[in-house]
Every structure is written in C-alpha cells, then in structure tokens.
Design a protein. Structure first.
Length: 93
C-alpha cells in the first residue's frame, strides 16, 4: 500500500482515446461497459491505490463476458482485490 494512504478508498480512472476509435459512440460504449464492470468491484479493491485503465483498440472486439473476465484477471494479477468470504469458500482446500 502506498505510504500515507491507509483507509483512503482506491480511485479508478478510464482513458479511451481517439486511437481506440474515431467514433465517439464506440468510445462511449466501451467507457460505459468498463464503468459497469468496475462498479461492483470497487468495494473489493484494496484501499489507497489510484488505478488508470488505458484502453487499446482491440477491446472493441471483446464481448461483455470476455471484457469482464479480463478486467477481473488484471485486478487479481496486480493483487488489488481484497479476498471475500465468498471467494475463500469457493476455493477447494
């Protein structure tokens, strides 16, 4: 955890630039999808971090379940998700 950030909720930012798509409709759709994927995950993020998701053009080809799984995988890989009781119950011992 970053020094001096104990107890401060993590912040999440999204960057969907024009290189992703020149169409504002497509960029806004991707932005809405990522926000909706991150909304239920935010309470499970470790406190005190600032996350910045910089999107690439290939994200436009992902379907909803693939995009959600990829975001979840990235957060787990970075060890930013707090394990919940439901997660620990699902794992075999």
């Amino acid at each position: 955890m970053p020094a001096g950030c104990e107890g401060i909720p993590s912040q999440v930012g999204l960057v969907i630039g024009r290189k992703v798509s020149k169409s504002a409709v497509k960029r806004n759709r991707l932005r809405r999808q990522l926000r909706e994927i991150l909304r239920p995950l935010c309470p499970n993020l470790k406190p005190g971090y600032r996350l910045l998701f910089i999107s690439k053009a290939n994200l436009l080809t992902y379907r909803w379940p693939e995009l959600r799984a990829e975001v979840h995988r990235l957060l787990q890989k970075a060890d930013l998700l707090v394990s919940t009781e439901a997660d620990s119950d699902a794992k075999p011992s």
